[in-house]
Ligand binder design. Structure first.
Ligand SMILES: Cc1cc2nc3c(=O)[nH]c(=O)nc-3n(C[C@H](O)[C@H](O)[C@H](O)COP(=O)(O)OP(=O)(O)OC[C@H]3O[C@@H](n4cnc5c(N)ncnc54)[C@H](O)[C@@H]3O)c2cc1C
Ligand code: SF4
Ligand code: SF4
Length: 1006
């Protein structure tokens, strides 16, 4: 039986006292110390894992200050600020308290387009800011691959930059002023000031004066050493940026420059006033294809010299991974194959201008150069001027790190030497030597980066569950440190130092490193702020964090290899944070979007299950055997376990809570670069959890819905009468926790078809037909929701098939099993799936097209059936309506029935079949109808999720995120939606039910 799991990760006493004082203070934010909340921030995108004591979520500058003030009586309480948690080197990890500014302090406060600045809170996501700026014709220029989840506070603290940095600079180049909070709660307002004013200020008796004094001493006093020491690169030697704290002629002093890039080791950044940049009117992107990666690297500097705005590169490993991902679908026509050649390197060369002629002239020069550059390895190029297409290419490039995580086998690309920077002219030679180093160790890796700035991203593939491979991390690190030094570069081109802080003394040299420690001493004398990162105060005996410190592999390897491989997607999550995508029109993780709680994200859920597997392994539980337990505990045992107060803090309850919040929308199954597939492991978890505990009534209701509904539909009037009564609604809500129970279709489907003999199913009769007769038949595979609650859609489908000259055959309703799978009734699901698969395989032998209407049910035949039944699933194919229509010649509709329709796609369908919206558009176009695909995320219904009383707030909130506003843009009769859930959700909130697009076709075709 599943045992109760004690986490034993107690919070240290002084932290408990501090948190209790903070609770009693005026602190208005959240304070969380559940094991799950701590776990959710114990990793980032790095190889490290560190469990904090607690997580606090301040709501304001005052809250941040209160944290510092309250901690003044606790000398050993430590903090680390956190934003998106996308650091690649453990920058935000701590064993102290995480101060997460991203949950609440995430507002764009003010924009002044005339003067070209914006004021934001530190937790604003970079793309969120750009979305506000775009209509005004501006953007926040420093770009980074994680722009849809990294916060401005995180960008400031790592001095982030990326594509286009030669022209657009780094984050520090765009900071006009900062409001920050020091370790003792003092609020600092920093902005550039005349050096003479700074000197006057430094004489005062304030914390600000003390810090100014030290910075002046260091930056003026050691100016020459600083200039001599730092390589002349586009990337500065951040943490701390001693050079740029003063301007070139030493007339201006800017304390913000030293805070920028300090990785939270000096202050909490609360607000920033940032410079905003006008969006160039015209853009062009030239995708240059090469016969080798080396050719791409060697050719890049000449394109920079030819005034390109940016030059990005990817190698063939990255390209090949992208080609196998759903994202390639969006760029395949923009980066086509070259006949008879293999593309082994790609440079993406961008030109920006406000003058179209200027761009065209530059492109003409580049084209002439490329046409004659065969001897330089150029094998082809493509030009695009379309801004949306350019964005698609960059989205592919931005996803590449995550995609590398998909590499087969247990060795996964990891970040630790991943952002070296060398002078661009040295890049090709540096990379050749770097490759030789990795090749010499037999390691695989993918490479991509910003060749214009000499920054290359390299992630060698290692399995950190193997101690010998873990030992290679510091070894390779040391060798790469030596290599970058040889080529006059930096180990940290843009991601910051984090656990690589141990190399600080080597890079700065003893004299300047001592200056860093003096600066740390005046900001944070007790080493409370992100201790161990960058440097320690001068008098401190505490040490710096090291590359060899505790890694996630140490935890993962405690899980037996068989369990790890059985839970592969869960184990593969590399924390890149793509699932934190803030964009409300993206389907990725609606539950995270609405809760803002990182536990309720694919990453959070994967982390919880990994830890759950580890704790079970520590108790010598064979999880694989437990899952297939033939003799589960009795009802009485489960009742006893559920009522036993002593195990109230079983960690499995915490895991259950985060699984319950998942809508099973499956966006993470296809959009996460490693296909983390939460619904898959959620149902496995539930099946084991409920071996120990009693299931709630609503689970039984959902699990049995496909058996109950056909029975209820025999007497729809009677059932509907009761479902409409308020007292019945209240009773269902109170007893089963279910609300807005849908009303059965009246007339029922069979009444609508009115005994239509042509639609009736008879397997034997079908088997006797000759091929020409069979070629006319089309089988309709029913699902419970459309057939019993939205019967008019099936009626329309019958009509559409007939109008197109085919003979519809309505298969008898048979359960699909999806609701059982969602609720973790896996044994029952396997039986249901086998029965359905057997019948569908028989029909498949007749080579009959089989079509289903509801995306999530049809996709279940493809994904969950394959995973559960393996080879026993057979080869049957159930198509979605549009997949079948796409192959047909379609007649044109009557000109006077034409109108513009708006397609609201189902999120599971859009993520699993990214071409689906476009294909519906093609179908409509063929018939002379027009269809616009509307950009929306999840509707919030997701099967029965939105009907569960415990989820009504989230379901409503998710609907409001993107659907509500988008629906209001159209007339009800224009809106079509492919999902039954989506149509029901609109009906619930808008009081009209959109049609399925097939209904429009059935109506319009004569
Ligand atoms: C796939 C991938 C691609 C990446 N590509 C790029 C890239 O192109 N360019 C680039 O520059 N970086 C890149 N990064 C690194 C990372 O995204 C950046 O460093 C980013 O700026 C971190 O922002 P965040 O909000 O996630 O910060 P976090 O990871 O939460 O924190 C980063 C550091 O900032 C500190 N911090 C965060 N908020 C505050 C605050 N309010 N006050 C004080 N300190 C704070 C933390 O303590 C920590 O030291 C990439 C990372 C990944 C996973
Ligand atoms: S779940 Fe996927 S998208 Fe989210 S952090 Fe993990 S690997 Fe990245
Ligand atoms: S299935 Fe949907 S709600 Fe659940 S974790 Fe994945 S993306 Fe989030």
């Amino acid at each position: 039986m599943l045992p109760a799991l004690d986490t034993q990760a107690l919070i240290e006493n002084h932290y408990q006292d501090f948190l209790s004082d903070l609770t009693k203070s005026k602190f208005s934010g959240d304070i969380e110390y559940s094991y799950g909340s701590r776990l959710a921030v114990s990793t980032d995108n790095s190889i490290y894992q560190q469990l904090p004591q607690a997580v606090v979520f301040p709501k304001s500058l005052d809250d941040l200050s209160l944290i510092g003030q309250t901690a003044n009586t606790y000398q050993t309480v430590k903090f680390s600020a956190r934003g998106g948690g996308t650091g690649t080197n453990g920058q935000s990890l701590t064993s102290g308290i995480i101060v997460d500014v991203s949950r609440y302090m995430n507002q764009v406060l003010e924009v002044n387009a005339e003067q070209g600045w914006a004021r934001v809170q530190a937790g604003v996501v970079k793309d969120q800011l750009n979305e506000v700026l775009k209509p005004l014709g501006f953007f926040f220029a420093p770009d980074l691959s994680t722009s849809n989840r990294a916060t401005v506070g995180g960008m400031i603290s790592t001095d982030a930059s990326g594509q286009g940095s030669l022209v657009y600079g780094k984050t520090s180049d765009h900071i006009l002023a900062l409001t920050s909070v020091m370790a003792d709660g003092t609020i600092l307002n920093t902005a550039p000031m005349a050096i003479d004013d700074a000197k006057v200020l430094s004489q005062e008796h304030t914390p600000m004066a003390k810090v100014t004094q030290q910075l002046l001493d260091t930056c003026l006093g050691k100016r020459q050493q600083i200039i001599d020491k730092f390589p002349r690169l586009n990337r500065f030697l951040t943490g701390y940026d001693l050079e740029n704290t003063l301007n070139e002629d030493l007339s201006v002093f800017d304390m913000s420059r030293v805070i920028t890039g300090s990785e939270g080791s000096l202050v909490f950044v609360a607000e920033a006033k940032v410079n905003i940049t006008p969006i160039a009117k015209f853009k062009a992107l030239v995708n240059v294809k090469y016969d080798s990666f080396e050719s791409a690297l060697r050719h890049a500097p000449s394109m920079v010299a030819a005034n390109a705005t940016s030059v990005e590169t990817v190698d063939s490993n990255v390209l090949n991974m992208a080609k196998q991902d759903i994202i390639w679908h969006s760029v395949d026509s923009l980066i086509t194959e070259v006949e008879g050649k293999t593309v082994l390197g790609l440079n993406m060369v961008e030109y920006n201008s406000n003058d179209q002629a200027d761009i065209e002239q530059k492109i003409a020069i580049l084209s002439a150069n490329l046409d004659s550059a065969e001897n330089l390895g150029v094998i082809g190029y493509q030009i695009t001027y379309d801004k949306a297409d350019i964005q698609k290419i960059y989205a592919m490039r931005k996803k590449s790190v995550g995609l590398l995580g998909k590499i087969k086998g247990s060795k996964k690309p990891i970040a630790f030497v991943e952002d070296t920077a060398v002078p661009p002219e040295n890049l090709a030679d540096f990379i050749m030597e770097f490759r030789a180093l990795l090749d010499g160790k037999g390691l695989k890796y993918g490479m991509f980066g910003h060749v214009d700035a000499g920054v290359l991203h390299v992630r060698p593939a290692l399995d950190l569950c193997e101690p010998e491979q873990e030992a290679m991390v510091p070894e390779i690190s040391d060798q790469v440190v030596a290599l970058v030094a040889k080529y006059g570069g930096l180990m940290w081109g843009e991601h910051g130092k984090g656990y690589r802080s141990e190399y600080g003394p080597q890079f700065f040299g003893e004299e300047l490193f001592t200056e860093l420690r003096k600066i740390k001493s005046v900001f944070d004398p007790l080493n409370k702020m992100n201790p161990g990162k960058i440097c320690t105060p001068l008098d401190s005996t505490e040490s710096l964090v090291k590359v060899s410190d505790q890694k996630r592999g140490e935890f993962d390897r405690q899980i037996p290899i068989e369990v790890r491989s059985s839970f592969k997607p869960t184990m593969s999550c590399n924390g890149n944070g793509l699932c934190f995508n803030y964009d409300t029109t993206s389907p990725m993780c609606p539950s995270f979007k609405i809760t803002g709680d990182r536990r309720h994200s694919p990453k959070g859920r994967a982390s919880m299950v990994r830890e759950w597997l580890r704790l079970l392994s520590k108790q010598n539980i064979d999880v694989n055997a437990l899952e297939h337990n033939e003799d589960p505990p009795s009802w009485f045992e489960r009742f006893r376990n559920s009522t036993d107060k002593r195990v109230a803090d079983d960690f499995s309850h915490e895991v259950l809570e985060v699984m319950e919040g998942c809508l099973a929308c499956k966006a993470c199954t296809s959009q996460c670069p490693v296909s983390v597939d939460v619904p898959g492991f959620k149902s496995r978890f539930l099946s084991m959890y409920y071996q120990r505990y009693m299931r709630p009534a609503k689970d039984h209701l959902v699990g049995n819905i496909e058996t109950m509904v056909p029975l209820m539909a025999r007497v729809p009037g009677f059932i509907n009468f009761f479902l409409r009564q308020n007292w019945v609604k209240q009773t269902i809500r109170k007893t089963v926790g279910y609300l807005d129970t849908p009303i059965l279709s009246q007339p029922t489907l069979s009444e609508r078809l009115n005994g239509d003999l042509t639609t009736q199913f008879n397997l034997e009769a079908l088997q006797k037909l000759d091929p020409s007769q069979l070629a006319k038949k089309v089988c309709i595979v029913q699902d419970p929701f459309t057939s019993f609650y939205d019967a008019s859609v099936i009626e329309s489908l019958v009509s559409l098939i007939t109008k197109l000259g085919y003979e519809p055959v309505l298969l008898p309703f048979m359960p699909n099993g999806k609701p059982q799978h969602v609720k973790g009734f896996l044994t029952q699901f396997a039986k249901t799936a086998k029965t359905a698969a057997d019948l569908l395989n028989q029909l498949d032998e007749l080579d009959l097209p089989m079509i289903g209407v509801d995306p999530s049910m049809v996709l279940c035949y493809r994904d969950e059936y394959t995973k559960t039944l393996g080879a026993a699933r057979g080869e049957f194919k159930v198509q979605l309506v549009h997949e079948w229509l796409l192959q047909l010649e379609l007649p044109k509709v009557n000109a006077n029935t034409r109108q513009n329709y708006a397609l609201f796609g189902h999120c599971s369908e859009k993520t699993a079949l990214p071409a689906s919206e476009q294909q519906w558009q093609q179908i409509f176009e063929k018939t002379g109808l027009s269809l616009t695909a509307v950009s929306v995320g999840c509707c919030g219904m997701a099967g029965t999720f939105g009907h569960e009383a415990s989820h009504i707030e989230e379901s409503t909130g998710i609907y409001q995120l993107s659907w509500q506003q988008a629906v209001s843009q159209y007339q009800p009769e224009q809106i079509v939606a492919t999902g039954y859930s989506c149509r029901s959700q609109v009906a619930r909130f808008e009081k009209f039910k959109p049609k399925h697009p097939l209904q429009i076709l059935a109506m319009s075709l004569s």
